[in-house]
Design a protein around this ligand. Structure first.
Ligand SMILES: Cc1ncc(COP(=O)(O)O)c(C=O)c1O
Length: 509
């Protein structure tokens, strides 16, 4: 039986008491003060600190207990299964952290002279080459800070390509399937394109008939996720690529679901011209809650000239930052990308190698299909779109029938799962599945954990018919019970910092 710890833990600012402090050996303290003073004096006068920051004063053990208690009221990939669909929340090996936090790497400053950062340039150069190899593209840019940011870069590259060909004015449309993630149409619109949506067919794949009808001389490109957000591989990808290319458009690969293809199949070989990679998903960086991430973009040889500057160059002996790229779209982000995230990916790829990455893909597909089979037959759940075809990395069930028969929705199931110490899957996405439960187990959870998940899912579906109130009022065993979701997501009701909290309190009195 799971019961999450629940502490009545105040915020750390209200825990502080004047004069309390952690122990630092006096000599070390003196050295730290001296170093901070030296650093302070290097700043311009108006930016120098004249008084100590108002931080809470606490002993070491108080700080330790505070954060430990908070962590006990939390849930993460280190706690257990975290099956958010299309999010690839896998366990992140700690060796990645070790590499990313080496002082020789994390103390580097992007303003340092090129000659003093040859090591990190070599790592980034190599990572670019590895990602190009994995995706089957010609060149990769590491700058984008997220998948969505990679999408924006991709659509800007489409714009640059059509501009150079003299038909940008005419090519005003980007096509996206109805199963696409919301960032795809948003990125296309941000780059100035109109969005045309094509429906999926009965198999959950892009309808070829609808695609043929949608392409025209106005088509700038098609954005596609493969496997798509139903976990289904677009079996007509060759034909899709032909249709788009013959219409003069470019094919964009949304790499959120690259995990099941790793070292097995490459988007570049399928005809994709531009590919983004959600490094934080596939290549194991702790993510969620908005970041941090990275969304490198790989392109064909023809499009490489448009990539953002600087490009990392290598002349056989030295690495350099090359700004001399007249066709480049310019910069997409400050400096060279989210370096710590890229370093974790470097460590991950290096430690697994080609065979290891292949195994990642194979086990992630095996796990998703095992879980899908075990869930088929759960009372009230259905598997829309070709229930016999194997899935790749994820599967999407519908709780529509369950809701109509018992009143228990996908949201209620998600909340009830928390009572068993399991994270909920993604719900209500993709939009083409009513009451969607989108489940991606990844390769990093063992069979016993998958069994625990499916057994509890069956149990919850049974409860929906026998004791629906238990499910409707869940969660019961967590530190925080059912949230008022509207209130919780409204910035006016939330105090996001101690200063805001004090201000709100002052307004109340
Ligand atoms: C299919 C798909 N595409 C794109 C994105 C956007 O990626 P990011 O969250 O890295 O911006 C997501 C995010 O979950 C996704 O699931």
């Amino acid at each position: 039986m799971f019961k999450q710890a629940s502490w009545d833990e105040p915020v750390i600012f209200s825990r502080g008491r004047k004069g309390r402090r952690g122990h630092i050996p006096p000599k070390a303290e003196q050295e730290i003060r001296q170093a901070l003073g030296d650093l302070n004096s290097l700043l311009p006068k108006n930016m120098q600190r004249t008084s100590r920051p108002r931080l809470p004063e606490l002993s070491e053990v108080e700080v330790m207990r505070h954060f430990l208690r908070l962590s006990e009221m939390n849930y993460g990939v280190d706690s257990g299964l975290y099956p958010l669909g299309s999010c690839t929340m896998k366990y992140n090996p700690k060796i990645n952290e070790l590499l990313a936090s080496l002082p020789s790497l994390n103390m580097l400053n992007p303003y340092q002279d090129e000659s003093t950062v040859q090591g990190i340039l070599e790592i980034l150069y190599r990572l670019e080459r590895w990602l190009a190899e994995i995706t089957g593209t010609h060149e990769v840019c590491l700058q984008p800070a997220a998948g969505a940011h990679g999408e924006l870069l991709g659509t800007l590259l489409m714009r640059a390509h059509h501009k150079l060909n003299g038909d940008y004015e005419k090519r005003s449309e980007i096509i996206v399937p109805d199963s696409a993630h919301g960032t795809n149409p948003a990125s296309a619109a941000m780059a100035g394109f109109n969005v045309v949506v094509v429906p999926s067919d009965d198999d959950g794949c892009v309808s070829l008939g609808a695609l043929k009808a949608a392409v025209s001389e106005r088509t700038a490109g098609l954005m596609l996720t493969n496997p798509n957000t139903l976990g289904i591989f677009e079996k007509n990808i060759d034909e899709i690529a032909r249709i788009v290319h013959e219409a003069g458009g470019l094919l964009y690969y949304d790499g959120a679901n690259l995990n099941p293809l790793l070292c097995k199949a490459r988007p570049g070989d399928m005809g994709f011209d531009i590919v983004h990679i959600n490094i934080h998903k596939t290549f194991s960086t702790p993510h969620g809650g908005g970041g941090p991430g990275a969304g490198p973009v790989g392109v064909t040889e023809e499009l490489a000239k448009f990539l953002p500057i600087p490009r990392i160059g290598f002349n056989g002996t030295r690495y350099c930052l090359d700004y001399d790229k007249p066709h480049s779209i310019g910069k997409i982000r400050g400096f060279y990308g989210n370096i710590a995230v890229l370093l974790r990916a470097y460590a991950y790829i290096l430690s697994l190698g080609n065979e290891g990455l292949k195994e990642v893909a194979e086990v992630s597909v095996l796990n998703a299909n095992y879980l899908m089979k075990k869930l088929q037959g759960a009372k009230g759940l259905t598997l829309p779109y070709n229930s016999v075809r194997p899935r790749k990395h994820e599967c999407v069930f519908s709780a529509k029938l369950l809701k109509s028969e018992t009143g228990v929705s996908a949201l209620n199931i998600a909340k009830r799962l928390l009572d068993f110490g399991l994270h909920a899957p993604t719900i209500y996405f993709p939009l083409i599945v009513e009451e969607a439960l989108m489940i991606e187990p990844t390769e990093t959870f063992e069979k016993e954990e998958l069994d625990r998940f499916t057994e509890n899912m069956h149990k919850i579906c049974e409860e929906a018919y026998t004791t629906p109130e238990t499910v409707l009022q869940a969660p019961h065993n967590t530190a925080v019970s059912k949230l008022d979701e509207v209130k919780a997501s409204h910035p006016r009701t939330m105090a996001l910092s101690w200063r805001m909290h004090l201000k709100k309190n002052a307004q109340k009195t």
